[in-house]
Design a binder for this molecule. Sequence first.
Ligand code: FE
Ligand code: FE
Ligand code: ZN
Length: 277
Amino acid sequence: MLNIGCHLSLSKGYAAMGDTAVNIAANTFQFFTRNPRGGSAREIDPQDAAALAKLTNEKHFAPLLAHAPYTLNLCSADTNTRMFGFTLMADDLCRLEQLPCKLYNIHPGSHTGQGVEAGISQIAEALNKIIRPDQTVMVLLETMSGKGSEVGVTFEEIKAIIDEVEWQEKMGVCLDTCHVYSAGYDIVNDLDGVLTKFDKIVGLKRLKAIHLNDSMTPFDSRKDRHALLGKGSIGLEALARVVNHPGLKHLPFLLETPNELDGYAKEIGTLRALYKE
Ligand code: FE
Ligand code: FE
Ligand code: ZN
């Protein structure tokens, strides 16, 4: 079965997201741990968490993804921003221990002029301070499009970060189709080649989730503009090959397309129809 879901809002609580997912034929979902611009997180109601755990068990959900706020930047040139990131991420990881969600997706960071090398070192250094050996949550580095001074754009950069992390078994990767295509990995004409490269450099075993998005901008544009499936430069055929690829088809796929719920429901239906068991 295709494991697919979309980004949902936490505004009505955790179990409510599970119910919404079921209503749109999703069997996974992603949510922001708190306001995407940062800020304080709500206390987790244990009954709410238990209700979501019950639902995800009963409905055999694929792994859920928590997405860190966009303000998290572990390699900012500004020390206060980095410190804010430490505190926020450590708090998120603690809170996730109370939820049936064991994947925490982060944007590796933007080096804000310090250079990629310095960025990689700072990210790894931060992760080494934040990750605890007893945590059950895995940190996923999301592949980025290359806008601004983003780090984690090439597979080599992702690998270099993971290499410097002490608790490597707590590290994984989330591949965003819009981002990799914008970063110059041609998943439209050479999906096999891109995945072979990923496997050689990072290792496919580290890949734990896919953000499934079309792109508003052309190949190698280094922009980050998500499009509806089939309405962008990647196209529905190429995205159908992604969900059906033998190296990927078991993974959770999360839509981050510019949609309301009915739009997500439609895209989930389209992909389920295109999926070959
Ligand atoms: Fe993201
Ligand atoms: Fe993404
Ligand atoms: Zn994006």
